[in-house]
Design a protein around this ligand. Structure first.
Ligand SMILES: O=C(O)CCC(=O)C(=O)O
Ligand SMILES: [Fe+2]
Length: 262
């Protein structure tokens, strides 16, 4: 795992809200993580959240055809856990996000199946149970991600003026721009990746992905991280029912079982 980032990468992340990190995984690591992800989801059926998270089932709607989405694989796969919770990765995330300590929010594999729908422009952080301008997500390509099969696109600098208003990942690619017309005036940047490359993005940086026009799966493994000290905002997201009901807005989210420090 190449957890060395340069000052230029940190500066680019801070300025643009995203950065590409090539050859994050070696060939052997890529093979191990991909096998672990596929094995973990094989036992989940249509259940989207592993191991006691909120009960969410995959259906047949538009969103279900954007990607096959399975969350919190780190809880059921020791290999996935070793990668997503790696302390050296934690240091790299803290350097990029400019925070002293960071916790796992949730991981998710996002598999854009053959002929899968595009991922509409959206922000991530407004979905989550905390608000932070420094939340960070990692997106690792486990198969090539190309303009043909739905690689990621970002709107550079959008994290600087986005707030916690959002739109769902629906059928209209551009609904987000009704809230933030300024975003539609910035050229989006497309980030194709080779397997083993990854990108990092701020939870308030606008991003999306095109359709998968090919017959092959676009497989990605992603993980979202929450700065330590973040507080509950009243939203369940994928928190287990019992834990969710025990929280009051303003409580610090410091459950080391559910959101361990990386
Ligand atoms: O993989 C995709 O199509 C979208 C990924 C995404 O929205 C994310 O990682 O936050
Ligand atoms: Fe996203």
């Amino acid at each position: 795992m190449n957890t060395h980032i340069t000052l230029e990468q940190v500066a680019a992340y801070q300025e643009n809200g995203f950065v590409l990190h090539r050859q994050f995984l070696s060939g052997a690591e890529l093979a191990e993580l991909k096998a672990a992800v596929l094995e973990a989801i094989a036992g989940m059926g249509r259940n989207k959240v592993a191991d006691g998270g909120r009960n969410l089932e995959e259906g047949e709607q538009y969103y279900d055809k954007v990607f096959t989405q399975r969350l919190n694989l780190w809880r059921i796969s020791p290999a996935v856990r070793r990668y997503m919770l790696n302390p050296e990765l934690g240091r790299m995330l803290c350097a990029l996000a400019d925070v002293p300590k960071i916790r796992v929010w949730h991981d998710q594999t996002l598999i854009k199946e053959p002929f899968g729908n595009p991922t509409a422009w959206h922000l991530d952080n407004p979905y989550w149970s905390f608000y932070s301008r420094q939340a960070i997500s990692m997106w690792i390509a486990l198969e090539p991600a190309t303009t043909e099969n739905g690689c990621m696109w970002f709107i550079p600098g959008s994290q600087k003026f986005a707030n916690y208003q959002n739109v769902g990942i629906g059928q209209n690619l551009a609904d987000l721009f009704k809230i933030y017309p300024r975003m539609a005036e910035i050229d989006p940047v497309c980030v194709p990746m080779q397997p083993g490359d990854c990108s990092f993005h701020n939870g308030l940086c606008a991003h999306g992905a095109g359709a998968n026009m090919t017959r092959r799966r676009r497989i990605a493994m992603t993980c979202a991280y929450m700065p330590d000290g973040s507080t509950f905002n009243g939203q369940q997201n994928i928190l287990p029912d019992g834990y969710f009901q025990s929280l009051k807005p303003g409580d610090v989210l410091a459950n080391d079982d559910w959101n361990p420090i990386v």
